[in-house]
Design a protein around this ligand. Structure first.
Ligand SMILES: N[C@@H](CCC(=O)N[C@@H](CS)C(=O)NCC(=O)O)C(=O)O
Length: 359
């Protein structure tokens, strides 16, 4: 069974039922109970995690809140924020380093109950493919946005001290870190990982290739193996195919970029559905879409398909962009801004203009 955030809470409450009853009975004595209780929870996991446990257990919240106050620990609830307001605040910060919000925005689906909560900083980068998976699947989820200046107090509660993280992914209170693990997990849960064992293996192979090349091992769209900016001033297809290249080579970034894109162009040429595998998009299609969408931005190479002789990639981008859920997402306020490096400076992009004061 796939847990929703709510069913996970119910599960935890039932597991903690006996404890909750004892705590309710003891609530009159919260003053003396408080400090040891918080110390116990804090020792068992950590204070931030304890704060999250506390927020999801209404039965014991009163007791523990008093306990927290008594011990000087105030677990701050993470507030919900309107997505348009979040966008204004993010752009107003000018760059990632100035952001200080810690709030949740509701995303995906038709406004139903959230099934997942994804934590990330206010940018696209490593949380974009997990988001595209949930958006394409029409799955309601929460995005917990941690501004860079708020990160210091959140970091220690993350399994590996980094984001993205999928909160309580198993309904038993555990968090899942690592972009690629989150991507594969969500894709499997939401039916975007391939339709047979063999197809899933093939999708995984191409995703690993995608991650090594077009994603530069996770360092986004501008690195040693692939760089959208390196292609701005290139005209025509240059360099060998990826298969002809040695792993260690002296080719330019532009040549390596075109070689990697060529693998996807060829793969699409063999497909009779317009997707990389099967009859519907999988997570590797969404990853490729994300890269091509960025490549086609006005300040990169909007005419990349004609310029480099990649007709299949051009058609693929158009087709993916027209998918209703993706189209809705890209035009929504919940989409985080693009940025340029160095400096992680926010910049507007297609469908996601910087808000004006009249909005
Ligand atoms: N291999 C990890 C890398 C995660 C990572 O480096 N995340 C950055 C944000 S993109 C982070 O958490 N930085 C804050 C820090 O290092 O404290 C993954 O793919 O999830």
């Amino acid at each position: 069974m796939v847990p929703t955030l709510k069913s996970a809470k119910l599960h935890r409450v039932s597991v903690a039922g006996i404890c909750a009853l004892i705590l309710c009975l003891a609530s009159k004595h919260a003053t003396w109970l408080g400090e040891p209780l918080v110390q116990h929870i804090g020792g068992f996991c950590n204070v931030d995690h304890a704060a999250r446990c506390i927020r999801t257990r209404p039965l014991i919240r009163g007791v523990v809140t008093r306990a927290s106050q008594n011990s000087g620990i105030h677990p701050p609830p993470i507030p919900f924020m309107d997505a348009a307001e979040m966008r204004r605040e993010v752009y107003a910060a000018h760059n990632l380093w100035n952001t200080s919000m810690h709030a949740i925005i509701k995303c995906g689906g038709d406004g139903g109950e959230a099934r997942y909560r994804l934590v990330y900083m206010p940018m696209r980068n490593r949380c974009e493919i997990p988001r595209l998976i949930m958006e394409e699947a029409g799955c309601p989820y929460e995005l917990e946005v941690v501004g860079f200046q708020a990160w210091g107090s959140v970091k220690s509660s993350m399994p590996l001290g980094k984001v993205p993280v999928l909160r309580n992914f198993d309904g038993a209170g555990n968090d899942l870190a690592q972009e690629t693990s989150i991507t594969r997990f969500l894709a499997q849960q939401l039916g975007l990982a391939g339709s047979s064992e063999f197809e899933r293996a093939s999708v995984d192979m191409l995703y690993q290739f995608f991650f090594d090349t077009l994603r530069n091992g996770g360092l986004t769209h501008d690195g040693e193996h692939y760089s959208a900016t390196s292609l701005r001033d290139v005209h025509g297809r240059v360099g060998p195919t990826y298969q002809e290249m040695r792993r260690v080579n002296n080719f330019t970034r532009a040549e390596r970029s075109l070689a990697a894109l060529g693998v996807f162009e060829d793969r699409l040429g063999k497909s009779d559905t317009g997707f990389l595998f099967g009859k519907s998009p999988t997570y590797v299609d969404l990853g490729l879409f994300n890269i091509l969408f960025e490549l086609a931005e006005e300040d990169h190479v909007p005419d990349f398909a004609e310029r480099f002789g990649f007709p299949n990639l051009g058609q693929f981008l158009n087709k993916m962009e027209q998918r209703p859920n993706l189209q809705q997402y890209m035009q929504s306020n919940s989409r985080m801004p693009r940025y340029v490096r160095p400096g992680y400076i926010y910049c507007p992009g297609k469908y996601s203009p910087a808000p004006t004061s009249s909005i």
